[in-house]
Design a protein around this ligand. Structure first.
Ligand code: EPZ
Length: 421
């Protein structure tokens, strides 16, 4: 398993292009199952999760062609030749559950392996399943698979989600697009990736209103057609690299970055002492003073502070002036980066979903372990500012969500290399 070595190297400067959003692409690709015509996706990030999704869709009958080194993908499912999403693929990536909605809507039958939990939590899919049942899907859970049938097709319904689940919103939005009649989904997720999915579905002929708010109304149509769609900018990658000048000092420009997809995050960074300026090409980020101020953070569904940026924020607050309290409300086990940061000299106390970070003067490089995608990048960020060498093991987690991570950090002057082990 590869490792990444980071040497603390002082202030950063330079520019980083921001890629297309992983968490948009992972729902846009299954959405192409809803039509028998070609769908072209551009600005697709080159990530291992995209490869896994390609593998899954091909196993269901999709023909895939790639151009521009994988940034442009054409997906055509003239016919679904298998309705089984196999455990061997699903266990590699939980987002595989997102083929369930489109498959049952297009094909009337699906068997999808239940995704296991992962490092950050149990990750149940009960809201996905209850919502599909509301649309008339008959479900049978046996030997680790969800067996779904809709012999009479899907019927529009009113369904209120018990929690604004991103994945459940996406599955139900895709399924309802081909249901007969009107569907009203309440208490839905409002993330920009949901709006991007609705934009794709509308360009395929779906009739959707309200995406981005808590209530989405879908007038089902009988079929959808092909289209071409550009994947939205990755706001989590953007937020991750915004941390670099705040942790290490200096100033960088993030090409393609837009403040409006990260407003509450930007406000929290400014409270901590960041200077964020919008330029024609994106966002310019610098640290106002020599030290970051301690701030309190609560993760919430969009438009609140994103849980996917909590680990990166914790790394920043390790050397802030004072005590910060981070409250993780979305996942039950998303502080695994804390003990690794403590190995680097951080002062962090974790009690259930609350972490108290008392700033220290500086961190020291150490061998640390990546545990999940966002935790691994928070250790690299900490390594930028630490004195000495930080060696992050198990960086395959990074390849799932950060395209060209070493070259992007190098572009701003980081002393970083990847060791093949
Ligand atoms: C999406 O996961 C993202 N993944 C996650 O990003 C992100 O952290 C999360 O949304 C929240 O923003 C993708 O988009 C591929 P949820 P998802 O359903 O859809 C509970 C990353 O780092 N829940 O909103 O799985 C669940 O256990 C990843 O890129 C149920 O109880 O998130 C969790 O506690 C990590 N029942 C909470 O809701 C359900 O049926 C949020 O889950 C579904 C979810």
């Amino acid at each position: 398993m590869d490792s990444i070595i980071v040497q603390g190297n002082g202030p950063v400067s330079g520019e980083i292009p921001i890629s297309g959003a992983k968490n948009a692409a992972l729902t846009l690709m299954p959405a192409t199952l809803l039509t028998d015509e070609p769908v072209i996706l551009t600005n697709v990030p080159r990530l291992s999760d995209i490869k896994t999704t390609n593998e899954l869709l091909i196993s269901l009958g999709t023909k895939i062609s790639m151009e521009e080194d994988g940034q442009k993908i054409t997906l055509t499912t003239q016919e679904i030749t298998s309705h089984l999403a196999h455990y061997d693929i699903v266990r590699k990536m939980r987002a595989s559950i997102l083929v369930l909605g489109p498959m049952i809507a297009r094909h009337g039958i699906a068997a999808v392996s239940l995704p296991g939990g992962c490092a950050i939590g149990a990750r149940p899919v009960d809201i996905h399943l209850k919502g599909l049942e509301a649309l008339g899907v008959e479900l049978d859970l046996r030997n680790g698979y969800v067996h779904a049938r809709a012999p009479k097709g899907l019927k529009g319904a009113i369904y209120e989600l018990p929690f604004a689940s991103v994945g459940a919103t996406e599955n139900l939005l895709m399924a309802a697009s081909l249901a007969t009649g009107t569907t009203v989904l309440k208490n839905v997720a409002r993330e920009p990736e949901i709006v991007d999915l609705a934009d794709l579905l509308r360009s395929m002929g779906a009739n959707i209103n309200g995406d981005g708010s808590s209530v989405i109304t879908i007038e089902g149509v009988t079929s959808l057609h092909g289209t071409s769609h550009e994947v939205v900018t990755d706001r989590i990658e953007l937020g991750t690299y915004m941390m670099a000048p705040l942790i290490a000092g200096g100033k960088i420009e993030l090409l393609g970055g837009k403040r409006k997809i990260l407003e509450s995050f930007c406000q929290k960074l400014e409270e901590a002492g960041a200077e964020i300026t919008e330029s024609e090409r994106g966002l310019i980020v610098a640290r106002k003073n020599a030290h970051i101020r301690a701030v309190d953070v609560i993760t919430e569904p969009y438009p609140g502070f994103p849980t996917d940026l909590q680990a990166q924020m914790m790394a920043l607050l390790c050397t802030a002036d004072g005590k910060s309290v981070l409250n993780e409300t979305i996942f039950e086990n998303r502080f695994m980066h804390a003990p690794e940061l403590v190995r680097m000299g951080a002062n962090i106390e974790v009690q259930g979903g609350t972490a108290t970070v008392t700033g220290v003067k500086n961190l020291r490089g150490a061998p640390v372990m990546a545990t999940d995608l966002r935790a691994s990048v928070s250790l690299i960020l900490a390594g930028l500012a630490a004195k000495g060498e930080t060696r992050v093991a198990r960086v395959y987690h990074l390849d799932r969500g950060y395209e060209k991570v070493v070259s992007k950090f190098r572009a701003i002057g980081a002393n970083i290399e990847r060791l093949k082990e």
